[in-house]
Design a protein around this ligand. Structure first.
Ligand SMILES: CC(C)(COP(=O)(O)OP(=O)(O)OC[C@H]1O[C@@H](n2cnc3c(N)ncnc32)[C@H](O)[C@@H]1OP(=O)(O)O)[C@@H](O)C(=O)NCCC(=O)NCCS
Length: 170
């Protein structure tokens, strides 16, 4: 039977979080995306966090939230500008236990409170169903180059109502 987790806490990103978040990023890509992307694509994607200084600067330039369990980061998500979810990564050892939904929920509420009507995300193929379940609709198929590899993703959009996230039950 699945163990139920204590509810993770959320807090803003601090520069000192960078090495752990880079490790969560790489582990999530390596362990959770293999059904949809080749090993070469996964390696190129995971390598985006290898330069920790650049990765940390990117996290600091966005509105980045961290989910923690017993004060340890287990996932993170970032909002770029007022209306785009840029990153959402959960450590594979805690996948499927509601951490991603909690982070996404928080970004939706923050964006909604700032007056954003339509929130977008360029969803990786493995995450498309996660976002579809939350009411995001596929708008456009994209291919992007990451460290020399072509990766497909889908721009998805959710309309936020009055700063809340409609249909969200968590
Ligand atoms: C996508 C990701 C963030 C989801 O995080 P998570 O903590 O495992 O998700 P949750 O446990 O909160 O899942 C919420 C719901 O989505 C569903 N879901 C999560 N991942 C899914 C997947 N890969 N395929 C289908 N459904 C999925 C869950 O079953 C759950 O459904 P329910 O509400 O009916 O129970 C995580 O799998 C991840 O880090 N993936 C690799 C990185 C990535 O692709 N990030 C997205 C970049 S845009």
């Amino acid at each position: 039977m699945a163990q139920s987790l204590p509810r993770p806490a959320l807090r803003p990103f601090l520069p000192a979080d960078t090495p752990l978040l880079a490790a969560i990023f790489a582990a999530a890509v390596q362990d959770l995306t293999g059904d949809d992307y080749s090993e070469a694509q996964q390696e190129a994607w995971a390598a985006a966090a290898e330069d920790e200084e650049t990765f940390g600067k990117k996290l600091a330039s966005e509105l980045t939230l961290i989910a923690t369990l017993q004060n340890s980061p287990v996932g993170f998500a970032s909002l770029k500008g007022p209306d785009h979810i840029e990153m959402l990564y959960v450590h594979p050892s805690l996948a499927g236990q509601g951490v991603g939904a909690m982070l996404c929920d928080a970004l939706e509420k923050l964006a909604g409170a700032r007056g954003t009507k339509n929130l977008t995300v360029d969803a990786s193929d493995n995450a498309q169903e996660f976002f579809a379940k939350r009411g995001y609709e596929a708008k456009q198929r994209n291919t992007v180059t990451v460290n020399g590899e072509w990766l497909a993703n889908t721009t998805m959009q959710k309309t936020l109502a009055n700063g809340a996230s409609p249909g969200d039950s968590k």
